[in-house]
Unconditional design. Structure first.
Length: 397
């Protein structure tokens, strides 16, 4: 057990009252120091000797208490191993894979041997800068730092002496390369791809386009998800793209989504002529009776685009999510209120919808731009007319 310093405390007189001060064995997770305690004695304590006698009762509880193992000596790697054993098993598979990748690639190599008590602002800033030199995207740096912050926050709750550092204390790097424009399928392009697809991919893509589902949510659909009486789809599960294990959706809740007439007809036809019964009741299964892997659906989209001559931009992910992005943009173009689009996308707030899923120019923006354009065009025409008059020679008689 590590040795702990014996405390004698301190007493002072404030006004007519004597006050005693000492430090408890409890560690403040924000500062990494032991908590300071203050005791105000009653009017019967009238001298320093009496105050020290009263304070000794509190000091005995602190000095005689068996010392706990010192936690400030642990390193980031030690905390990570504890986190892997106690927290990681409760995470979703996709999120855990990303976190473990951050740990393996960046966190352990850069700060794994750093004692927890030394993780102050400078250490955090050095880590952020080092990660920024390794990657080209600011978002990647933020995600890696988010993983580290989450682990450190858990360590504080466990009682480890880890200084608290806020994101506002740090400066993150800027993007080294401009972010490529988002790629999405508008209604016409989406219709071409769906029309060229064969079953069951045709129906899977139609569901993604009309119900704005993510790929894992499409592959996780079951017969129990369909409610023809009320014309809705119940979306409450998603399949992990790597393991095909069933988990909750990104929003962590079940949602009822409207079933358009077109989709209702296609689904009924599929159930009558194409669906293969399976023990789990999945709507779509491959030749082995298993749900489709997400990457196989994405590869089919790529092959269909190549067949139709639709170019696929380099460095941009193209998949089922392009239907989701296109759907949100089409809805906004049609004048759908933003709160309705946000609910259909199942976003937590409209900010996410506008910042990440609105890929169109609204009519009000187009009108404003056109007004300025007309004003500039008129001014240029006047200048050209004036210049032409000045350059024309005056004929004298």
């Amino acid at each position: 057990m590590p040795r702990r310093r014996f405390q004698t405390g301190r007493v002072v007189k404030r006004g007519k009252k004597w006050i005693g001060m000492y430090r408890d064995n409890e560690v403040n997770p924000q500062t990494g120091q032991r908590v300071r305690r203050t005791v105000t004695f009653n009017d019967g304590v009238t001298s320093e000797r009496a105050a020290r006698r009263e304070l000794q009762l509190y000091l005995d509880n602190v000095n005689l208490e068996p010392p706990s193992p010192r936690r400030g000596g642990k390193t980031v790697s030690d905390l990570i191993e504890e986190w892997k054993q106690t927290v990681a098993p409760n995470r979703k598979a996709a999120g855990l894979r990303a976190a473990l990748s951050h740990i393996r690639t960046h966190i352990v190599p850069l700060v794994g041997s750093t004692p927890l008590r030394d993780l102050k602002v400078r250490a955090h800033q050095t880590f952020v800068t080092a990660v920024g030199l390794r990657v080209s995207r600011k978002k990647t740096v933020e995600n890696v730092y988010g993983t580290l912050s989450s682990i450190l926050a858990k360590g504080r709750k466990w009682g480890y002496a880890i200084p608290r550092v806020g994101r506002e204390d740090l400066e993150f790097p800027v993007d080294k390369k401009p972010k490529p424009p988002a790629f999405f399928f508008d209604a016409d392009t989406g219709a071409r791809i769906i029309n060229a697809a064969v079953l069951p991919f045709r129906l899977m893509l139609l569901i993604a386009a009309l119900c704005y589902l993510r790929i894992g949510e499409v592959t996780a659909l079951k017969l129990s998800s369909l409610d023809f009486k009320r014309k809705i789809l119940h979306v409450g599960a998603a399949l992990d793209y790597a393991t095909r294990n069933e988990t909750t959706t990104k929003s962590n809740k079940s949602t009822a989504i409207p079933m358009p007439d077109l989709l209702e007809r296609e689904l009924k036809d599929w159930l009558e002529h194409g669906h293969k019964p399976n023990p789990e009741g999945y709507l779509f299964t491959n030749s082995k009776g298993e749900p489709y892997r997400s990457e196989n659906v994405v590869r089919y989209i790529h092959r269909t685009m190549t067949k139709l001559g639709i170019p696929r931009p380099k460095g941009v992910r193209v998949g089922v999510h392009c239907f989701r992005h296109g759907g949100s943009s089409e809805l906004l173009d049609l004048g759908t209120p933003i709160n309705v689009v946000t609910r259909l996308m199942r976003h937590s707030d409209s900010k996410t919808t506008l910042n990440n899923y609105a890929h169109s120019v609204h009519d009000s923006e187009r009108v404003a731009s056109e007004r300025l354009s007309q004003k500039i065009e008129k001014a240029i025409a006047q200048l050209e007319s004036t210049a032409e008059m000045e350059s024309t020679p005056v004929k004298t008689v």
